[in-house]
Design a protein around this ligand. Structure first.
Ligand code: MN
Ligand code: MN
Length: 321
């Protein structure tokens, strides 16, 4: 069943037209039949997890997020955002990534995003492990030059190598700096914490000019003031938002491969994403959801909601009074 509004934009299928547990398996039950040529925003799945260091399962992330997104309704009651009225948004399916060959998969992702970004489109990606952000940023650079970055994560993901490999889910932002994909003075990492291999592990990021916000700096407080600082730091050019679900505390998002205690709360995650309103977002992602460690489906539900909140802050979304 196709549901389109007067704007002609693709619309999520509503729960009064088809029960929530029926209908298409796309994100928010969008039609899923659009060409990128016609879109402002392409929702893309990247079902890859062979870059994972600990528990695998993020390959099931896109399917899990789409599955739990059936409960989402089009209007944001907190911010009044109406993303599907303002923008042409559709779920265009998954990138065909090899489950055997990580480097081949990374190349396939870059090619896929090169093709997408040939259109005037913003990408909203469902991971997949965090390796996928490297080929996405490579494609972003070809279109936008080096981008600013808002990176939410328990980990800085700036290892030089993991088990001898340069490409893995804990190395993408080291590679991104080396390849000049990031405007290092416009990078913020939020929520990092836990144990490290050395006591100064987070200092490499700081030496690049990143603002590193450790989880402890976020405890027991609203992140609205932080986000005002973030907008000052990363504004003034294209920005990419990369949200690793393990930035949240495992109490809110247990379904992930490398959980760390003492993380962000769900309201803080909403403050972060909503605090990105006004930035020139060129793309965003929600990665590392591994539904198999969470029988409740809560992690996928959180992922679906955060991806929806990202759609609500993309350039061009109108906020009715
Ligand atoms: Mn990560
Ligand atoms: Mn992480």
């Amino acid at each position: 069943m196709m549901v389109e509004d007067l704007h002609g934009n693709p619309q999520p299928l509503g729960g009064n037209d088809m029960p929530r547990f029926g209908g298409p398996g796309t994100f928010m039950r969008l039609p899923g039949n659009s060409s990128p040529t016609d879109l402002d925003v392409a929702v893309v799945g990247v079902p890859l997890d062979i870059g994972t260091s600990n528990r695998p399962g993020a390959r099931f992330g896109p399917r899990g997020i789409r599955g739990e997104s059936v409960l989402l309704r089009p209007y944001n009651m907190a911010t009044r955002a109406a993303p599907f009225d303002s923008l042409c948004i559709d779920d265009i399916g998954d990138v065909a990534t090899s489950p055997y060959d990580l480097l081949a998969a990374v190349e396939a992702i870059e090619t896929h995003y090169d093709d997408l970004l040939a259109h005037d489109v913003v990408t909203a990606t469902m991971g997949g492990d965090h390796t996928i952000v490297l080929p996405i940023l490579r494609a972003m650079k070809k279109k936008h030059g080096p981008v600013g970055l808002v990176h939410v994560d328990a980990h800085t993901d700036i290892n030089d190598t993991m088990f001898g490999s340069k490409v893995a889910h804990g190395t993408p932002f080291r590679r991104a700096v080396e390849e000049d994909l990031l405007d290092a003075d416009r990078v913020v990492q939020i929520g990092v914490r836990g144990t490290g291999y050395a006591a100064d592990d987070f200092d490499w990021s700081r030496e690049q000019g990143f603002r590193v916000v450790q989880a402890e700096e976020c405890w027991h407080r609203s992140l609205d003031p932080l986000m005002a600082e973030v907008r000052m730091k990363v504004g003034g050019g294209p920005v990419y938002l990369s949200f690793d679900i393990d930035g949240l505390d495992p109490a809110f998002a247990p379904g992930t491969g490398t959980p760390e205690v003492g993380g962000l709360t769900m309201p803080q995650a909403l403050e972060i994403v909503r605090g990105c309103r006004g930035l020139n977002l060129a793309g965003c992602d929600l990665v590392e959801v591994a539904p198999i460690y969470d029988s409740s489906g809560m992690t996928s539900l959180v992922g679906a909601n955060l991806l929806y909140e990202m759609l609500c802050v993309l350039p061009g979304v109108e906020y009715p009074a």
